[in-house]
Write a protein that binds this ligand. Structure first.
Ligand code: URA
Length: 475
């Protein structure tokens, strides 16, 4: 029997290195005993060997799932995962076997982890600690259901790139300091101050975005389970806000009755927001708050939230897409779904660092058609793009990029205000009013739709070439 001692349960790199060694040595799952060690013992037991060369190849999707599922708190997970990769090394189609009990377990565990990650992205709340060498520093305490800190830290790194922060959980801590991310041991809630100014801002923010017309208490509890409430500054306001919700809806309805041509009830209840949509947007943060209240066109009615641009306010390159898709609408961030993945890969190939770009969309709400349980993307109309340009123009004014890269025809219209074919604009660098330059290219989702492999490879190469030109121009 081979004994593997994992020094840090939940650390994918450690498990993968052990599993690779075992797999390459042909050690069957039933001959391995996995255990975690609080003492940080060596990876292998007495008869352990380092991973031999000639590692077995496994489907990429499985490795991606394994990287998430290893974070599951169930102590049996390292062994179960090893059994699955052992089988997958002999059966390339294992993941497609939907009736297989182990695959079913794997998918369920993966879903639990993804949900936990989603919650952590949404519910971490930072407390301000002070300032060190010109950088503000913050700390947050969070208790995820699983050991997901390593999965979530890169999200906070992108979001809060310009400050120092630490996220402390019972299992581990992530520290982002002077643009370096390091991990350390778990901690206690007492290490993070109880409250501060940021907490008041969260409460004020939550009170401001709280839309009584949208309150569905069961859905809200499902989205913000009670276990998270104790660490959320705004949670103490939920009960009073809910108590006042009915009266607020009534006031909103009364204020709206005299307005002409309301499209739907939802539209009517939101009209007062439209009236307050003013030039009070003085920063990208203001803009992010204001977009979620936008009622300039009816697209907000069915979308979960408005999705604004993301990236450094001083970015030299702004990349403009069409509109948020299904994933973007749920997560509130641009380009995090399948098209985002294509874009990420192309950016990397072109030598562009996504975290240094400002990524946004021509239209800020997801337009879709419900089809069963799915939400099918619909192109925005020229009118919707033109109405939403108000927001894009604000983003352009705040960021003042040297170069704008438009992805697809909607983005091109959003930026130029005119309908032009990508073909007619591609391959040249255009001057925009206000001093920015423009490069027009295709939308990454176009590549996902091409059935012909050769054509897709050709188009992808041209897309990467456009991005390389953008990098060179900005350099
Ligand atoms: N497509 C877009 O145009 N934008 C996104 O944010 C995602 C997909």
């Amino acid at each position: 029997m081979r004994e593997v001692v994992l020094a840090e349960p939940g650390d994918f790199a450690e498990w993968r290195s052990a599993a690779r060694g075992l797999l390459a040595s042909g050690v069957a799952p039933e001959d391995v005993s996995w255990r975690g060690s609080a003492e940080g013992a060596s990876l292998f037991g007495d008869d352990g060997t380092a991973a031999p060369a000639g590692a077995v190849s496994l489907p990429r999707e499985l490795l991606e799932i394994a990287e998430r599922v290893i974070c599951h708190r169930d102590a049996g997970v390292p062994a179960r995962l090893y059994r699955i990769i052992w089988r997958a090394a002999r059966d390339r189609h294992l993941l497609a076997r939907t009736t297989d009990a182990e695959v079913d377990w794997l998918r369920g565990a993966d879903k639990a982890i993804r949900r936990d990650v989603h919650k952590m992205h949404a519910f971490v709340r930072f407390r301000r600690l002070g300032e060190e060498a010109g950088r503000e520093s913050f700390a947050a305490w969070f208790e995820p259901s699983h050991r997901i800190l390593r999965l979530t830290a890169p999200f906070f790194q992108r979001r809060f790139y310009g400050m120092n922060w630490a996220i402390i959980t019972p299992d581990a801590r992530a520290i982002w300091q002077d643009e370096k991310l390091v991990y350390g041991p778990g901690g206690t809630k007492g290490e993070v101050p109880d409250s501060d100014i940021v907490e008041d801002q969260w409460r004020a923010y939550y009170g401001a975005i709280f839309n009584p017309a949208r309150v569905k208490i069961d859905a809200m509890r499902a989205e913000m389970p009670k276990k998270y409430w104790k660490n959320l500054p705004e949670a103490q306001d939920i009960a009073p806000l809910l108590a006042g919700a009915e009266a607020r809806v009534e006031r909103m309805r009364e204020a709206a009755v005299s307005l002409a041509n309301p499209l739907t009830d939802k539209w009517r209840t939101r009209v007062p927001d439209a009236l307050t949509l003013s030039d009070d947007v003085k920063s990208l943060d203001d803009l992010a708050r204001a977009v979620d209240h936008c009622t300039r066109c009816p697209l907000y009615c069915d979308a979960t939230q408005g999705v604004v641009g993301e990236g450094p306010a001083a970015a030299r390159i702004m990349v403009v897409g069409e509109q948020p898709g299904d994933q973007e609408d749920l997560q509130g961030r641009p380009f995090v779904g399948p098209a985002g993945q294509v874009l990420n890969e192309a950016l990397e190939e072109a030598g562009l660092d996504r975290t240094r770009l400002f990524l946004t969309n021509a239209v800020k709400h997801f337009k879709f058609e419900p089809r069963g349980k799915r939400r099918l993307h619909q192109n925005p109309t020229a009118g919707e793009i033109d109405i939403c340009r108000w927001w894009l123009d604000k983003e352009r004014a705040f960021v003042q990029p040297d170069l704008i890269v438009t992805l697809g025809a909607s983005a091109l219209r959003g930026v130029t205000g005119k309908s032009a074919s990508i073909k007619s604009m591609r391959g040249a660098v255009h001057e925009l009013e206000g001093g920015s330059k423009l490069i027009a290219t295709i939308h990454p989702s176009f590549l996902l739709r091409l059935p012909d492999r050769d054509r897709a490879a050709e188009e992808r190469a041209m897309f990467v070439a456009d991005l390389i030109r953008a990098r060179e121009l900005a350099d």
